[in-house]
Unconditional design. Structure first.
Length: 563
């Protein structure tokens, strides 16, 4: 694993008198000045205004420091690599800077520089993962009592504090109950639930967020610029996405890429080094899913794994790709965001249209299910993956079937015939590579895990269909639509080839629902329905409503009582 080295552990025996149980590491000796520093360290924020994406925390802390209302114990909570330890160090500098306490430490005085280098004797960083015993904490407790050697405060930064043992927490609690006024504790954790409430309640808690993709990208751009290296915008985008909100991971990935290439970094290099598949690959794969081309599909999966990605990587990246497609299906071209090449733009639009909202949502669901299944059977990961994707490619047929049986799932892509959906001409699906794997593929039995059980009521074929019966069925299957129809219902007719329902003038919200083609299509799929439904809405012109009443009704989302 690539990344900044774990900070070395050190306990300073109080006054240097108490013999240390563990080897004491003198950092001035063990930390050689490296000629090359990884980006995550080189570009680590030094002041509050350089901390990215945690504005809420920076604001609160700066204010507390400026007003001299800083607490003695803080709990910094958040996923890894988002700036918890960095922030802890900045707090330490703020408190101990010779010009301080100040929210803007000078970065030049002894304490500022030593805290940054990690060798300030009064700022002690401890890795909770490896120093989690009760003796370790007792050592801290004893040391806390002595005054700081030089700085204003004696500050303990304990990383991964959730890893302390129960006894260690007990010992820590005693210190936290009555800390000496010069002491300060900064705890960082990825998992606050593992910390006893008694500890948490004595800390002020700050929750760090995952960083937004744009923020990560901006920082990466900055690093590239500062280093004078050229990296394609799409590469930075892919890294920013691949790191899932962790800046340290993103910087490490960039580091790794640059170490392995000459001068220009391209998507190809990212793919071979970091296992992040190019966006086109996902297009090809889901085009194979859309067209139910098992050979091409298995070929894409095999190629992904051969390039060094794991099955889990596959699921992770597939989810991202599907999410993109779903956004395009729902929001149109605007959702494409980062400028993909025009050719890929069109392919994405066509694919999103082909798959449609329902299928994309169902595919996402299958991916999540696949993820949890993989955790339970890591050995069969590849077979599971292939099996799921093969099933996914038959999802269109399944959805239709479910729709017919249930009336629950409306295959939007087919129903919304209104906007002309140009059939996208056979996309350049890569030549299917010969795959040897399918032998391992389990029989794609149609296990209806995600499929709602067909209701047993189907059997009652003897009973003649009536409108009230259809409406009863509707109430079970689409309660909102049923309630809306009921609210506005004046009369209805069951015809040989369909149903006509007359409705009074609905309010705006009801109207949206009643005019939604997906809802109307769902009516036609009710068991026993003779054909399409027509919802005849009484228009309002006849009786001019009182504008005041209308306004009130709108404002309170009410309906007028009908006689
Ligand atoms: Zn300073």
């Amino acid at each position: 694993m690539f990344g900044p080295p774990v900070p070395t552990l050190f306990f300073t025996p109080p006054g240097g008198k108490r013999p240390c149980r563990r080897p004491c590491y003198d950092r001035t000796v063990t930390a050689p000045a490296p000629s090359y520093r990884v980006f995550a360290r080189k570009y680590r924020p030094r002041r509050f205004d350089e901390v990215i994406g945690q504005e809420h925390i920076v604001r609160a802390l700066s204010r507390a420091i400026a007003k001299d209302r800083i607490g003695q114990a803080y709990l910094l909570v958040g996923p890894r690599g988002v700036g918890k330890t960095t922030t802890a160090r900045i707090i330490a500098k703020s408190m101990n800077c010779e010009q301080g306490p100040t929210a803007e430490p000078c970065l030049e005085c002894g304490p500022c520089l030593e805290i940054e280098r990690g060798n300030d004797l009064d700022v002690i960083e401890i890795d909770g993962a490896s120093n989690n015993g009760v003796d370790d904490v007792r050592a801290i407790r004893d040391a806390v009592a002595t005054r700081p050697m030089r700085d204003r405060r004696k500050i303990y930064i304990i990383d991964e504090v959730q890893r302390l043992s129960g006894q260690a927490f007990d010992a820590l609690l005693k210190t936290l109950e009555e800390p000496p006024s010069h002491a300060m504790f900064l705890f960082a954790t990825t998992d606050p639930h593992k910390i006893p409430d008694t500890i948490v309640s004595r800390c002020q808690m700050f929750e760090f967020r995952r960083l937004r993709e744009v923020d990560v990208r901006a920082k990466l751009e900055y690093v590239c610029q500062a280093e004078g290296i050229e990296v394609e915008a799409e590469v930075l985008h892919a890294i920013a996405r691949g790191c899932r909100g962790g800046m340290r991971d993103a910087e490490s990935m960039l580091d790794q890429l640059l170490a392995g290439t000459e001068d220009r970094v391209t998507l190809d290099e990212l793919e071979s080094l970091a296992g992040l598949a190019r966006p086109e690959r996902w297009l090809a794969l889901f085009e194979a899913v859309a067209a139910d081309q098992p050979q091409a599909l298995l070929g894409e999966i095999a190629a992904f794994l051969e390039r060094g990605g794991t099955e889990r990587d596959f699921v992770e990246q597939a989810v991202d790709a599907l999410r993109d497609l779903l956004h395009v299906a729902l929001l149109g071209e605007d959702a494409l965001g980062v400028e993909p090449a025009p050719e890929r733009r069109e392919r994405m639009m066509a694919l999103a249209r082909d798959l449609g909202r329902d299928r994309l949502e169902a595919l996402l669901g299958m991916m999540f299910q696949l993820e949890s299944r993989m955790q339970r059977s890591p050995l069969g990961a590849r077979a599971l993956l292939e099996w799921t994707m093969l099933r996914a490619s038959r999802l269109g047929q399944m959805l239709d079937l479910i729709g017919v049986m249930n009336g629950d799932v409306a295959p939007v892509a087919r129903v919304q015939a209104a906007p002309p959906a140009p059939k996208h001409q056979a996309a350049p699906v890569p030549a299917p590579e010969p795959v040897s794997a399918p032998a391992a593929t389990p029989e794609p039995e149609p296990e209806p895990a995600a499929t709602p059980e067909p209701e047993p009521e189907l059997a009652s074929g003897a009973e003649p269909v009536t409108l009230p019966l259809l409406l009863q069925q509707l109430e079970r299957k689409r309660p909102t639509l049923h309630a809306t129809i009921e609210r506005n219902f004046t009369r209805g007719e069951l015809l040989d080839d369909g149903v006509v329902v007359h409705l009074s003038t609905p309010n705006a919200m009801d109207r949206d629902l009643l005019e939604d083609p997906v809802e109307i299509a769902a009516l036609a799929r009710l068991e026993g329905s003779p054909g399409p439904w027509r919802l005849a809405i009484q228009e309002a012109e006849v009786t001019k409503p009182d504008p005041v009443v209308e306004l009130l009704l709108e404002g309170f989302d009410g309906q007028e009582e009908l006689p």
